[in-house]
Design a protein. Structure first.
Length: 30
């Protein structure tokens, strides 16, 4: 269970950053 939690903490931030960057770039593009 600990490994799953650590993996989630490691993999979720990059996904959130990628989504936020995509949204911000899309808004700026418009």
């Amino acid at each position: 269970m600990i490994v799953a939690v650590v993996s989630m903490l490691v993999y979720l931030p990059p996904m959130i950053v990628a989504v936020v960057s995509m949204l911000t770039t899309d808004d700026r593009g418009r």
